[in-house]
Design a protein around this ligand. Structure first.
Ligand code: PMP
Length: 390
């Protein structure tokens, strides 16, 4: 026996699931250069337009001059430097929680929180549409793992009735492929009534939602009581990299002591923490970014509805257009690209069969004119395809 990787890759191609990795030859921003082509991009998670902000770049450079490049070691050895510490304190204060703990990626923060909190004999219940990192975390934890129907508190309740041991309910705050919000008030009440803890991964909401950017918990006015475990990531609205878990002092100390993805990895470069601190400052002081983004979302939704396109129930910068058929979604994405516009086609197995979509994401860095250009192009491309049979 040998590893027949060629056959495996060929099968992937035959199923039309082979993924291409576009090469970005410019900084993040609305106008990018990809594989030699200038394009107007609607597929980044840089929701507030901070990834290439000169002040954030400057904070990174100053941080590198002062602190060097590498984290040097894990946090518990000698990798926990002052910028990490200051950022953790600032994130704790911003989220109104006693403590926050910094991670190098959201994927690791999710693995860490779930596996440190539940294990054999416990239960982890997850929304069916949760991000892959949360599903992986549930499987890795060795707790009894089950998925409830998307955003359905009744489905969660019936699983909670059968749960044993410590029980953790885990949900995305904003679902990454649909853009819809978790029904946190209902999920929190259901979990709390049965003594379970709720963990929310607000990767796509933190910084972008809520009057001051506090994310989905601010949007719904929920605190530590309802959401004991809050995860936010810094690679999206913050425009930098990394993630954090925020919660009680006991929760954070438990992660420091027991979370293997925290203990056994080199800390992120301290200069990145300096950049994230600057992003936090901009996000707090420049509320116009969220206001402009909200206006773009409204403009896009109105225009797409006028074109007869199928929007999803999303009040967030993730504005997928439901196409259905994978080949049609890919063809629309290709036609848009011919017109200088980059929007990704998302197909099964990333999304359920028959729900292929164009995943449009908007950013405060876009102008109204750029969103209108996208709408014009969508109208043109749609007209080139045969009508969908009802
Ligand atoms: N959670 C969600 C909902 C995400 O969409 C992502 C990344 N796309 C992550 C976690 C992982 O975060 P990171 O990219 O920082 O690893």
């Amino acid at each position: 026996m040998t590893f027949d990787l060629a056959a495996r890759l060929a099968a992937r191609r035959a199923e039309h699931l082979f993924r291409q990795r576009p090469l970005l030859e410019s900084p993040q921003g609305p106008q990018v250069r990809v594989d030699g082509q200038p394009l107007l991009a609607f597929c980044s998670n840089d929701y507030l337009g901070l990834a290439s902000h000169p002040e954030v770049v400057r904070a990174l450079l100053d941080g590198a001059e002062r602190w060097g490049v590498g984290g040097g070691a894990s946090h518990l050895v000698i990798g926990h430097s002052q910028p990490h510490h200051v950022l953790e304190e600032a994130l704790a204060e911003f989220t109104g929680r006693p403590r926050a703990l910094l991670f190098s990626t959201g994927y690791m923060a999710n693995l860490a929180a779930v596996t440190a909190l539940v294990g054999q004999g416990d239960t982890v219940l997850e929304d069916r549409l949760n991000h892959a990192s949360l599903l992986d975390a549930g499987l890795l934890s060795a707790a009894r793992f089950s998925r409830y129907r998307h955003n359905d508190a009744a489905s969660l309740a019936s699983r909670l009735d059968k749960a044993s041991g410590n029980t953790l309910v885990v949900t995305d705050g904003v679902f990454s492929m649909d853009g819809d919000l978790a029904d946190l008030p209902a999920l929190a009440a259901t979990a709390k009534a049965r003594g379970a803890w709720l963990m929310v991964d607000d990767a796509h909401g933190f910084g972008a939602l809520g009057a001051s950017g506090g994310g989905i918990v601010e949007h719904f006015g929920l605190g530590l009581e309802e959401v004991p475990v809050l995860v936010g990531t810094l690679g999206k609205a913050f425009g930098t990299a990394g993630a954090f878990v925020a919660g009680s002092a006991e929760l954070i100390e438990t992660l420091v002591q027991f979370a293997r993805p925290y203990i056994y990895t080199t800390s992120q470069p301290p200069a990145v923490a300096c950049a994230s601190l600057k992003s936090l400052e901009l996000l707090r002081t420049e509320g116009w970014r969220r206001e402009h983004l909200a206006a773009l979302i409204a403009r896009f939704r109105a225009g797409a509805a006028e074109l007869g396109l199928t929007l999803m129930d999303s009040p967030t910068p993730i504005q997928p257009l439901l196409i259905g058929d994978s080949a049609r979604a890919v063809e629309l994405s290709r036609l848009l690209r011919e017109r200088g516009i980059l929007v990704g086609a998302i197909r099964p197995p990333t999304v359920p069969a028959g729900t292929a979509r164009l995943r449009v994401t908007l950013s405060a860095a876009h102008s109204v004119a750029q969103v209108e250009r996208l709408l014009d192009a969508l109208g043109e491309c749609q007209a080139l395809l045969p009508p969908v049979e009802q």
